[in-house]
Design a protein around this ligand. Structure first.
Ligand code: FES
Length: 134
């Protein structure tokens, strides 16, 4: 594994992201509410460039006190990434699909070190990205 700086903390909009390319894979690095999250840019559905999709608020059902529906609304706290190929959505904070917790993005270790955003990626000689998973 090697640690790579992908820029200063201040280089990222919030919310915002960067896509970083390596020898045979890409990583999407996201900033959301001052925190960083990183995932392999490879959708678990069919391999699309998921991290390049639109970032939109999660659509949630609003319930009245008696649990009847008051309709749908955009979440004020949850932001999702939408895969540009077939529109699967994933929570940016967890990488998990809201309707199927088994469908999840592959996490990449990310940290802030001395004001730089640093991700851990496999060495070039390693055959496949051995990225961190929960
Ligand atoms: S490849 Fe991402 S939704 Fe199908």
């Amino acid at each position: 594994m090697r640690e790579i700086s992908v820029g200063s903390v201040n280089d990222f909009q919030d919310p915002g992201r960067k896509i970083v390319g390596f020898e045979n894979f890409e990583v999407g690095v996201f900033k959301l509410d001052g925190e960083f999250y990183a995932y392999l840019n490879h959708c678990p559905h069919m391999g699309g460039p998921v991290c390049q999709g639109k970032m939109i608020a999660k659509v949630e059902e609003v319930l009245a006190e008696d649990k009847t529906s008051k309709g749908m609304a955009f979440s004020k706290t949850k932001l999702q990434i939408v895969c540009p190929w077939h529109a699967y959505e994933f929570d940016i904070r967890t990488g998990i699909h809201p309707g199927n917790p088994r469908a999840r993005l592959r996490k990449v270790k990310v940290a802030v070190v001395d004001g730089e955003v640093v991700i851990a990626v496999p060495d070039a000689r390693e055959a496949a990205p051995a990225l961190q998973e929960d």
